[in-house]
Design a binder for this molecule. Structure first.
Ligand SMILES: [Zn+2]
Length: 185
């Protein structure tokens, strides 16, 4: 990938709980880390800002099965599973986007009431490159909202993994239909 002024790299939810051994593991989820590290290095070399979102739930969040939600408990605030993946080489000036903190709703998209679109516009970003976890949940929701907010959106296929293979296929089709460019290397 070639970054240029007006770009931003947005890394979605690369946290141990979404990787093998975590509370809500995505098959081969950890394989996105080296790919994203190369993207981070390229973004840094081009002077392009790096944003990283994290799922950051209070205990007993309504998205958890214990509350009737769809997911096992995951990414509980200040637990190791909610940290950024230890091998992810985030720059010191990474902009962290925290979501999933509300008691009354879940947030799949890094743009959902976080102010991210406004921040990207303030930085004169026009094109957003997205990777992370999971392709058919938070990456999809984030890419769709980025399109809705008017950004050109590229999803790095090698830098994301789906919860299910079928979900991944459906997500890529939905993203393409929304005008998102799927970048496969
Ligand atoms: Zn969550």
């Amino acid at each position: 990938m070639t970054f240029q002024p007006g770009d931003a790299l947005l890394i979605v939810d690369v946290q141990p709980d979404f990787c093998p051994g975590g509370a809500l593991p995505i098959e081969r989820g950890d394989e996105v880390v080296p790919v994203l590290n190369r993207a981070i290095a390229a973004a840094r070399a081009a002077g392009v800002p790096v944003f990283a979102s994290r799922d950051w739930h209070p205990r007993g969040h309504l998205s958890f099965a214990e509350r009737g939600g769809p997911w096992p408990a995951h990414c509980i605030q200040d637990t190791p599973g909610a940290a950024f993946h230890p091998q992810l080489q985030l720059p010191a000036d990474v902009r962290v986007v925290t979501k999933g903190t509300r008691f009354d709703k879940d947030q799949y998209s890094a743009f959902d009431e976080t102010g991210l679109a406004e921040e990207l516009r303030r930085e004169k970003v026009r094109r957003v490159w997205i990777g992370g976890l999971a392709e058919d949940v938070c990456v999809k929701a984030t890419a769709l909202s980025a399109r809705e907010a008017g950004f050109e959106v590229h999803v790095l296929a090698e830098a994301t993994r789906p919860v299910t293979r079928e979900g991944g296929q459906a997500a890529r089709e939905e993203l393409r239909n929304a005008g998102v460019i799927i970048e496969s290397s």
